[in-house]
Write a protein that binds this ligand. Structure first.
Ligand code: S3P
Length: 190
């Protein structure tokens, strides 16, 4: 048995999760908190499929997130986001998913996520989010046209509004630079 499979078996029941029958881990948190980066690593470590919800929406629609927002509006994007979240979840029992920053905040998605698996909030500080997002604004429709000053205010306001959803996660990781070992430890042994 490989180390990874052994790990997977040892770690098959996350804290506050749904037991050994399924292992669905949803990473949630503000844009730039590291959901995709850590999600890929976690999927690899646990030998589980990794889904990036935004990427799946892009695949399904055949266009970039920026274009979906521009051509069809945010409301349409949120519907797509909910549909793809449900489709992926209902067709897979085990996975790691990086949700979009807004996913838990619309259509009771946070309740759905918590029923289907384990919600893990990567709770980065505003300073850390700002430092990361300033370098990667262009692909994100909600921030791409903001100046650096506007970006900081936007993060403070939006993060404040969204906290009420994020903090419903079963597992909360309040560190800016979390590594894979710490993440795994926190999910399975906290
Ligand atoms: C959004 C976050 C993005 C993407 C879309 C909207 C948000 O995902 O879903 O641009 O509302 O915060 P990331 O958090 O992966 O950047």
């Amino acid at each position: 048995m490989s180390q990874n499979i052994k790990e997977h078996n040892d770690l098959s029941s996350p804290t506050g999760g749904q037991g050994a029958a399924s292992l669905r881990i949803f990473l949630i948190g503000f844009m730039g908190c590291g959901k995709t980066h850590l999600g890929k690593q976690l999927g690899n470590k646990l030998q589980l499929p990794f889904f990036d919800l935004d990427e799946k929406i892009i695949e399904k629609e055949g266009r970039a997130i920026n274009d979906i927002f521009e051509l069809e509006g945010e409301e349409h994007f949120r519907l797509l986001e909910k549909d793809v979240l449900h489709l992926l979840t209902e067709s897979h029992t085990n996975f790691v998913m990086a949700c979009g920053g807004g996913t838990p905040c619309f259509y009771n998605n946070i309740d759905y996520i918590k029923k289907q698996g384990t919600a893990v909030w990567l709770n980065c500080s505003v300073d850390c989010l700002y430092e990361r997002l300033i370098k990667e604004k262009s692909l994100r429709p909600l921030i791409k046209d903001l100046s650096d000053d506007q970006l900081r205010s936007y993060i403070v306001k939006k993060f404040g509004d969204r906290k009420i959803f994020y903090q419903q996660a079963t597992i909360i990781i309040s560190e800016d630079e979390v590594n894979l070992e710490q993440l795994t430890q926190k999910i399975f042994h906290s």
